[in-house]
Design a protein around this ligand. Structure first.
Ligand code: TYM
Length: 337
């Protein structure tokens, strides 16, 4: 007898990136690049996390431009909107609604422990708003709305993912099986790309210009930034993030971008100096970013296409989100519409 094969349901992935300016090589290596790699094997939703962005004041025209640019870069980095759902978080109203509900299942003490809140409130001391405080709850809702199994992020998001799991388990404990409890998905190398100037801190676009590579930097700028990158006085290319953080960071970038393992990359510099290391990391970065930049320039001219991508994305995401929201509201005891 012929066997009918039931299709195996793919696991679901959700991730997001904030449109706070041009993404860095850290964003690219820690997140965007992996999103593309996961696209075939998983059922993926990727969003421009624009609701999160107003925890810090934004200039409206620039904010709008950054959001479109981020969508353009996601497409340019190779994401296929036929395979993955690409959308703006603000276009799916269920995110804000679920955030409110989950706020009532999250404790002040939990939010007080968040290191990102402490960092950001130190940086924006004149605007320590409630959104900044409850930001991890909005992020938990982003993930739980889609019953995501996996969340590919960089290591700086680990604490937020843990709190998301805690909230999901708490709600499930009260109401039964409402949410899938998600796992973080971190790449082996490059889950924490470090600053070129202070290699014990993460690479971030809110730091000094020379400390990060932006994915839209020109070859000349990339060359200059790596030339100025901090190394050490050991004069030996070794992978030792404790003792040689700067050199190890450059080795990790090469490993992440070439797909080779770190031992092999390190071995290839035996007997060579920091000049060779910097020139190799420069070449591979320029080579990786050039096609993305060319594609970005092309896509940004096609506003109709971009519009069709984000509209269709919001529609598909909205249907999934509504299902979860209704499920939770019914469990809580709200009168059905
Ligand atoms: P955001 O916009 O700060 O960063 C986007 C992604 O880039 C990763 N990343 C890095 N990875 C390696 N090295 C670095 N130096 C580096 N810097 C940033 C981040 O870990 C992240 O994966 N709160 C999130 C956005 C978000 C989200 C979500 C993510 C909102 N809702 C739901 C996942 C699921 C953020 O601000 O990422």
């Amino acid at each position: 007898m012929e066997q009918t094969q039931t299709p195996v349901k793919k696991q679901r992935i959700l991730s997001g990136i904030q449109p706070t300016g041009t993404p860095t090589l850290g964003n690219y290596i820690g997140a965007m690049r992996n999103w593309k790699l996961l696209e075939d094997e998983y059922d993926c939703l990727y969003m421009v996390a624009d609701l999160h962005t107003i925890t810090v004041r934004q200039e409206p025209a620039k904010f709008r431009q950054n959001a479109m640019q981020m969508l353009g870069l996601l497409l340019a980095s190779g994401l296929d909107p036929e395979k993955s759902v690409l959308f703006f978080q603000s276009h799916v109203h269920q995110h804000a609604e679920l955030a409110w509900l989950l706020n009532c299942y999250t404790y002040m003490g939990e939010m007080n422990r968040m290191t990102q809140f402490k960092d950001k409130s130190a940086k924006h001391a004149d605007n320590i708003n409630c959104g900044l405080f409850t930001y991890p709850v909005l992020m938990a809702g982003d993930i739980l709305l889609y019953q995501a199994n996996l969340v590919p992020v960089g290591k700086d998001q680990m604490q937020h993912l843990e709190i998301c799991r805690d909230i999901a388990q708490r709600v499930n404990g009260v109401y039964g099986n409402v949410f899938t409890v998600p796992e973080g998905y971190y790449s082996k190398v490059g889950a924490r790309v470090m600053s070129l100037q202070e290699p014990t801190r993460k690479m971030s676009k809110s730091e000094a210009e020379d400390s990060f590579i932006s994915v839209l930097d020109t070859p000349d700028v990339i060359r200059r930034k790596y030339r100025r990158a901090v190394t050490d006085s050991e004069a030996c290319v070794r992978f030792d993030p404790e003792k040689q953080p700067g050199v190890s960071n450059l080795l990790s970038i090469i490993a992440a971008l070439t797909g080779e393992d770190i031992e092999k990359v390190t071995a290839s510099f035996e007997g060579k100096g920091y000049g060779d290391l910097k020139s190799a990391v420069t070449d591979v970065t320029i080579e990786t970013l050039a096609p993305i930049q060319a594609e970005f320039a092309r896509i940004m001219k096609d506003k109709k296409y971009m519009e069709s991508v984000y509209r269709q994305g919001a529609e598909r995401a909205g249907m999934l989100a509504e299902r979860t929201l209704q499920k939770l509201m019914k469990k809580i005891g709200y009168v059905a519409k």
